[in-house]
Design a protein around this ligand. Structure first.
Ligand code: BGC
Length: 729
């Protein structure tokens, strides 16, 4: 508390010394623009930015990495500007910097909060060693639409799970003490609603009602704020007609007032400027006015504040106290990071050498990768593979791909640095043969371009079929290219791209002993595959250690324990599809057509939220509800490992508030426990339901708990479990 006070006092004294121009400078963030090891830039945008840095008109940089680069820019600002206020350096450390953990959606499939926190910690250790002190993560956008490419970056469709993960990741990045050189400020993004882009098309309109906004979208942000997240990023989307960047209800009334957020809000890339094409601001000056008034504290690459905010203040359009408030927030975070004590604290060259690719980082991401794998099907216990007993074929271009497992947010990592499936298998056996099959993805895909997909050339299928014929078991690695999910990567089809299904079907004609290893950044529609292939492993994009993690699971050295954080649809037409939907007035099948359904597709998904198998089996029994203490209703069940191997189970608790003043979803996750159960033993699991779990937000954004009957389920996924009811007085 004493330290808090002194930071506030220091901030106040500093602000008193600052000119309006310098204050606005703190609110300006630029992208890296110049190779700092070369001469100072002459001409163009680069020179302008350079001069702005020297004149104290820049508060932060993004995409500048490396101790040498960071030190050089920091020096420029600290030594040459009038007040020497250090820069804060941000970067998209989404699931690691150089050593990559699984994509966040995959991590969410682990349902393991300790592991997720540790993964963020590992990322922060590495990122902080290259001069960075701020990550633009975690993305806590809930999304129910697998067409949207950025589902890979979040925790999936569920608000409760997303809330737990938001906390874990903020804690992991920020550690216990932000002033340590191995901790970095986190950023909850994109505030708010971005995951509800219409039709899953990136940057698209978001139009949602208050029930969804308050109960489904906002809670993970609130959880991040409660976990003391230092920054929040707004987004590209409009929310009910107002760009979130210019939305003072969200940024001022909710975030800063109601939740008491004391950190600062960064705009998304050029999102202040984008209020012009949205039809909300008439020009850049107007955009600067609207952004500043609405509580967007820092401008990322719109050049709106640096060009127009001073003018707006002088003309009385923006009150200077709003500028002061923004600057106070920004300076406070810089103080908390310890940048005023030592602006170069993140620039330790030795630590940089030591931490990059450190073996501890690889051990950590390998562990996370194994935990993220979901076993979707395993008929006749085809898995795990028996070591040295079978003739194994490996088929598919992705098996040999060292980039795709890294996903699309891999800016800091080295090309081809992921362990491929082939390499992972080699650690177990040299005794397998590989056929690449047809070329699926054209060369040249990168962060900026669309991925070209082969839809016609079948060359390579015959060779794969020949290999399959002479093999006992076929491991087929199919899925999406690493750059097919992520920002700007929406899809209207969710099947295996290109000729991959044809390849699979051709192989299946000659050999049905297939293990399908899926590598993808979003739920896919894999109906034929789910029906015909006996074993399916969902491996997402598992990061640097992908192949090793997959091999360990294939050979049974790790028993899969992941559960889907997002529903797998049967067809794109079902999307958005999510387990915690509302009932309709006509939920049940009728003899005629007049009930809520499709004529050409089931209502049910292919794989539900929370679904995932193990090499062992679990049985649920002894379900009990004790509602004698209404402040803490106890729900318990016994889970027995009835199979032959030890395993972990994610025990999930769902409630349904049967009648309420605002209709509640048919089911809502309100608790889970990941437990390890040795073969042949049982474990009793108990959950406590308090007002925190039983209430909801009404249209006035008040949290209410209403009396009435609830049903409750404890189970292995969102559709299967033991159920009962209780009454809340
Ligand atoms: C993304 C953000 C990201 C920013 C900086 C934007 O395009 O939407 O999530 O942090 O770029 O790279």
């Amino acid at each position: 508390m004493a330290q808090e006070k002194s930071i506030d006092q220091k901030v106040d004294s500093l602000i008193k010394l600052m000119t309006l121009e310098e204050k606005v400078g703190q609110m300006n963030q630029y992208n890296g623009f110049w190779d700092v090891t070369g001469p100072a830039p002459h001409g163009g945008n680069a020179e302008v930015k350079y001069q702005h840095l020297k004149n104290g008109l820049v508060g932060s940089m993004l995409n500048v990495v490396g101790t040498e680069e960071v030190r050089k820019l920091q020096q420029l600002v600290v030594e040459e500007t009038r007040l020497g206020i250090p820069l804060i350096f941000g970067y998209d450390v989404i699931h690691g910097y150089k050593t990559l953990a699984p994509i966040p959606l995959a991590e969410a499939a682990s349902w393991d909060m300790e592991a997720i926190e540790k993964s963020a910690r590992t990322a922060a250790e590495e990122a902080s060693a290259v001069g960075l002190n701020w990550t633009f993560a975690p993305m806590v956008d809930i999304s129910r639409d697998a067409r949207w490419g950025r589902v890979m970056e979040g925790a999936g469709e569920d608000t409760y799970l997303g809330t737990c993960i938001a906390k874990a990741r903020v804690k992991g990045f920020q550690g216990g003490d932000l002033s340590q050189p191995n901790t970095i400020a986190a950023c909850a993004k994109h505030f708010a609603g971005y995951g509800f882009a219409e039709a899953g098309k990136d940057y698209n309109t978001v139009d949602v009602g208050t029930a969804t906004l308050y109960n489904s979208i906002l809670p993970p942000f609130k959880a991040a704020v409660d976990a003391d997240v230092k920054t929040v990023m707004n987004g590209f989307n409009t929310l009910n007609g107002i760009p979130v960047t210019g939305n003072s209800f969200l940024q001022r009334d909710v975030l800063k007032e109601k939740w008491g957020f004391e950190g600062f809000v960064i705009s998304d890339w050029a999102s202040i400027m984008e209020m012009i094409p949205h039809g909300f601001a008439k020009d850049l000056k107007h955009a600067a006015e609207l952004g500043a008034k609405a509580g967007s504290d820092m401008d990322m690459e719109s050049y709106a504040y640096v060009k127009h905010l001073v003018e707006n203040v002088k003309e009385g359009k923006v009150d200077e106290t709003l500028v002061d408030d923004a600057v106070r927030r920004i300076l406070k975070v810089k103080f908390e990071l310890g940048l005023f004590d030592d602006p170069y604290k993140y620039c330790n060259e030795e630590r940089e050498k030591e931490r990059l690719h450190h073996k501890d980082n690889h051990a950590s991401v390998l562990d996370m990768a194994m935990k993220s794998i979901v076993l979707l099907k395993n008929e006749h216990n085809l898995l795990p593979l028996k070591k040295d007993q079978q003739k194994i074929a490996v088929i598919g271009e992705l098996a040999d791909d060292k980039n795709s497992p890294l996903g699309s947010w891999r800016l800091g990592s080295d090309d081809n640095s992921g362990v491929s499936v082939i390499e992972g298998l080699k650690a177990y056996t040299e005794d397998f043969k590989y056929a690449k099959g047809p070329k699926i993805f054209h060369e040249g895909a990168n962060f900026l371009n669309e991925v070209g997909v082969n839809e016609t050339d079948r060359t390579g299928i015959d060779e794969a079929v020949e290999l399959a014929k002479e093999s006992d078991i076929v491991l087929m690695v199919l899925g999406e290219h690493g750059f097919q999910s992520g920002e700007g990567r929406s899809r209207t089809k969710l099947d295996l791209p290109g000729v991959q299904l044809e390849l699979l079907q051709a192989v299946h004609e000659v050999n049905q002993n297939i293990v399908l290893i899926l590598m993808n950044g979003r739920p896919l529609t894999i109906n034929w595959e789910a029906e015909n292939v006996p074993a399916i492993l969902e491996t997402w994009q598992l990061g640097s250690q992908a192949g090793n993690a997959i091999a360990k699971v294939l050979f049974g050295d790790y028993n899969p324990s992941g559960k889907l954080p997002m529903t797998f649809p049967r067809s794109v037409g079902q999307v958005p599809i999510y387990y915690n939907h509302f009932s309709t007035g006509r939920p049940n099948p009728e003899a005629n057509v007049f009930w809520s359904h499709y004529s050409d597709e089931k209502n049910e998904p292919l794989f539900p939220f929370g679904y995932g198998l193990s090499y062992t089996t679990f049985e649920y029994s002894n379900f009990q509800i004790d509602d004698s203490d209404q402040n803490s209703i106890k729900v318990s069940a016994t889970i027995t490992n009835t199979g032959d191997s030890d395993g972990e189970e994610v025990v999930q608790l769902y409630i349904h508030d049967k009648t309420a003043s605002i209709a509640r979803p048919v089911k809502e996750l309100k608790g889970f426990q990941k437990i390890s159960i040795p073969s042949g033993t049982s474990h009793n699991v108990e959950f406590n339901l308090t007002d925190k779990e039983l209430g909801f937000y009404n249209h006035q954004y008040q949290y209410v708990v209403e009396p009435g009957e609830f049903s409750v389920m404890v189970g292995t996924n969102s559709q299967e479990g033991l159920t009962g009811t209780f009454t809340k007085d």
